[in-house]
Design a protein around this ligand. Structure first.
Ligand code: ZN
Length: 208
């Protein structure tokens, strides 16, 4: 499957790690990531929906993650957790659930490579895109631009050809798609449709 989505045109491989504590579901850990690492050269973008991420980031890095995103809600000491990820050499991401205000990023934004705004409540695939996150994307884009930073804005949850354009227009440039790709029998077409949806809205190159 990893080879198929890479061949189909995916730019990154996004890995949703769930621990059945921070989120209700349980997925996989470092051994599975290590096992699929050889399937492609595309960057592995690991999204840790787990509590106490500081304890585990090193093992996710060693398993082959190029980027590691932690949740602001899953750590008491976000600044420290960001440094823990940075120290592994991975690109550093912080994710916010739909209800979490952007203000939690104010004093760590300069340390980040990526911000992931959840467009569903994390824990399950196949949910509907929460449209009230759109102004949050635009506000984050303004925060980043005002500081002259270069930080990816990623959206995750309910991304499909009918929602990707609005997210792109609001300022997102990296789009996570699960059901919209794996729920079809032609991954290359699904990825192409997503990219076209984002381009139609913005005219900008985007990562899917
Ligand atoms: Zn994710």
């Amino acid at each position: 499957e990893v080879q198929d989505i890479a061949d189909g045109g995916a730019d990154w491989i996004h890995l949703d790690v769930m621990d059945a504590h921070f989120v209700p579901n349980l997925t996989f850990g470092p051994p599975v990531i290590k096992a699929i690492r050889g399937a492609t050269d595309r960057p592995f973008d690991t999204h840790l929906m787990i509590e106490n991420p500081d304890r585990w980031v090193e093992s996710y890095r060693e398993a082959g993650s190029d980027a590691i995103t932690i949740h602001a809600e899953a750590t008491r000491h976000l600044h420290r957790s960001v440094q823990v990820v940075r120290d592994t050499g991975a690109r550093v991401g912080v994710s916010l659930n739909p209800h979490t205000p952007l203000s939690v990023l104010e004093y760590v934004l300069d340390e980040l490579d990526l911000v992931l705004l959840m467009t569903v409540n994390p824990g399950f695939g196949g949910q509907s895109f929460i449209h009230s996150v759109l102004p949050k994307i635009a506000q984050l884009k303004s925060m980043i631009d005002a500081r002259g930073l270069s930080i990816d804005i990623q959206v995750d949850g309910g991304v499909k050809p009918t929602t990707i354009g609005a997210a792109a227009l609001a300022g997102a440039n990296v789009f996570v798609a699960g059901s919209a790709v794996f729920g079809t029998d032609n991954y290359a077409q699904a990825i192409s449709d997503l990219r076209a949806g984002a381009r139609a809205a913005t005219g900008m190159p985007t990562a899917v």
